[in-house]
Design a protein around this ligand. Structure first.
Ligand code: 1HE
Length: 260
């Protein structure tokens, strides 16, 4: 990978938002091994000031998935190691230090959808389309998609996408849960950045609980989930920052919840 295939830019008055951009538009931001490893390294080494991240792609498409030109060189054992390498990298996105907001446009396909599904919030613009062309290429997902995508849209929809090559447009993608936000074309990055700035203001322990505890609680049997929830709640509310924030509300110094 050339260094110019991924850019990291730290923004905000307190350098609190990391903007991570796939910058390989000539190849539709296809994810080479080098690019996957660079993503892992970026998330492992974010500056301590960073409280939220945005990931987007340069050019007309978010990401065309796996760099297919590298696939033809691999045997079965190398394929196994390769898939586990993707898992390690996308685990750093999902269970890294800060919430990650994906700004989607154009193609979000194959491994691109796997990357998007490892993020915590997805903002799509009107040009976005989603597909899993692995089915038609004679391969399978290998970047955690078989675990994460059914949790967003259900195994039946993912099966249909892979068996039939079904492509979801931006509106239907939002309807079925591939994105939480849908905005006009060209506005995904601005919306994602606005959300990241807001997320960055949360107490870090609250963000930690949402990233690291909630998805695990959701997978636990209910009786275990209730206990894990109680433990996480007790830890979060005991932090000095929680007490300060609650007191600010009681003193009338904090924002009320407004009607949507
Ligand atoms: C690529 C790739 C790629 C484009 N690997 N080189 N992903 C796919 O099966 C999707 C394949 N890509 C496409 O369907 C289309 O390229 C797009 C819909 C994303 C964009 O179309 P378009 O018309 O804007 O671009 P293009 O002309 O198709 O591509 C421009 C160049 O990017 C071209 O190279 P060039 O040298 O001829 O200029 C393409 O070959 C190249 N390119 N996509 C390599 N994916 C962990 S397992 C994950 C498994 C998967 O992700 S499989 C799904 C792979």
């Amino acid at each position: 990978m050339s260094k110019k295939d991924l850019q990291l830019d730290i923004r905000g008055d307190h350098k609190e938002v990391a903007v991570i951009r796939l910058t390989r538009p000539a190849k539709r931001n296809a994810l080479s091994d080098g690019l996957i490893l660079a993503l892992r390294d970026v998330f492992e080494n974010l500056p301590a000031t960073v409280r939220a991240a945005v990931i987007d792609g340069e050019g007309e498409h978010f990401c065309a998935g796996l760099d297919l030109s590298e696939l033809k060189e691999r045997d079965a054992g190398q394929g196994l190691v390769h898939s586990r390498m993707w898992h390690a990298a996308l685990e750093r996105v999902q269970y890294g230090p800060v919430p990650v907001i994906a700004a989607l446009h154009g193609a979000v396909v194959g491994g691109g959808l796997e990357l998007a599904s490892a993020c915590h919030i997805r903002v799509a613009d009107d040009s976005t389309f989603y597909a899993l062309p692995e089915g038609s290429r004679g391969i399978f997902v290998g970047g955690g998609g078989a675990v994460r995508i059914p949790r967003l849209i259900g195994a039946a929809r993912m099966t249909d996408m892979m068996l039939t090559g079904r492509v979801y447009n931006a509106q239907d993608g939002e309807r079925i849960g591939l994105a939480q936000y849908l905005v006009p074309q060209g506005q995904a990055f601005d919306k994602a950045f606005e959300l990241a700035q807001r997320v960055a203001q949360n107490a870090p322990l609250t963000n930690y609980a949402l990233m690291h505890a909630l998805p695990r609680i959701a997978e636990q049997p209910a009786d275990q989930g209730f206990l894990t929830e109680a433990l996480m709640a007790a830890i979060a509310q005991s932090a000095p920052e929680a007490k300060t924030r609650v007191q600010a509300f009681l003193d009338g110094r904090a924002a009320k919840v407004k009607k949507a």
